[in-house]
Design a protein around this ligand. Sequence first.
Ligand code: NHO
Length: 366
Amino acid sequence: MPKVYVAIIGAGGVGKSFISQLSAYALRSKKHTISTILISRSSKALLSKDYSGLNLTTWESDIVSSGSVKPPSFPDETLKFLTSAPGPVVLVDNTSSEAIAAEYPRFLSSGVHLVTPNKKGFSSSLDLFKAIYTASEAQNGGYVFHEATVGAGLPVLSTLKDLVDTGDEIVKIEGVFSGTMSYLFNSFAPLVPSGAEKPFSACVAEARELGYTEPDPRDDLNGLDVARKLTILARLSGLQVTEPTSFPIQSLIPKPLESAASAEEFLAGLAGFDGEMDKVKTAAEEEGAVVRYVGSLDVGKGEVSVGLRNFDIGSAVAGLKGSDNIISFYTRRYGERAMIVQGAGAGAEVTAMGVLSDLIKVLERL
Ligand code: NHO
């Protein structure tokens, strides 16, 4: 069986789940032998210098005892190591590093394939986004897939690609793109209130305890995570969005708390603003609606927006549960009824599934 070499940068929540799913896939695969040649964290790394492959069952204890093994420097030593492999190489970037994303064009130009859940390369400057695709599409360029940058493992980007490639016209894409925001509003303003709903600040604290939010919940509440996902969808739909901050983003962080010194200080202060969120919730209820945090992309008008909106209680968005995402594609073929993708949109296992399915897509093309 042909051998494919896999290099993994970043082994945190998503990275760990990815390695465990990859290990099981490698045993099942009847078409390729998979050899993992690099697993690196910020300060430690495991390297298979002779390309024979690392042990994916013991990697966690191996990396702890790896002692003095420093990660190869990035990008130069890493690129040299990967391009010297005796077969095709897939780089898996499971970090959220802007510096790593900035080097994607160089790796792709050198024929290294790339799969990643890291949103930075595709949602920061438009120049980088274009450079990534130009490098990939050049002769001998590596393949690039980043399904998990939007909706975790849900087939959002592949669905968009299929719609566009088959000649459909995207009119509008809208939905709930954040697992954290979904959980917050589904518990703060549920479709069927039980009377035991907690204040908004308590819902934020709960979402943090459940591990849905970023370590600092302001990174979710400022709307930038959703704005990055909308930027990716907009660019893949043909809109030239220059930056993820180049369209209106409604932040849910009260102005006086923007400069709070820590996540704890922010959460402690948030309770003082519960009254404001209560007003938003009551205003929606008076219209027979519920409030949700959504993203919307109108391709015809070239407009992108991210923020709070009221939804009729009979709508699919209002009926969402837990931390699920829902993404509706309004297209010429599907019309006003939309094609809808819905399901868990955050969490290590489902995000890793999106990354592994991208790796399998690369293998199918080799
Ligand atoms: P961690 O747990 O912080 O892991 C990052 C790892 O990278 C750490 O081990 C760190 O040491 C390593 N690292 C950082 N810089 C490095 C460097 N220069 N060299 C080597 N190693 C380095 O982060 P996660 O949670 O595992 O996330 C990894 C990536 O997946 C991030 O880019 C994240 O944005 C992306 N991602 C995660 C999720 C998720 O659910 N955790 C999702 C999508 C993408 O669909 C999910 C989502 O959108 C969640 C969102 N917050 C929501 O909807 O609420």
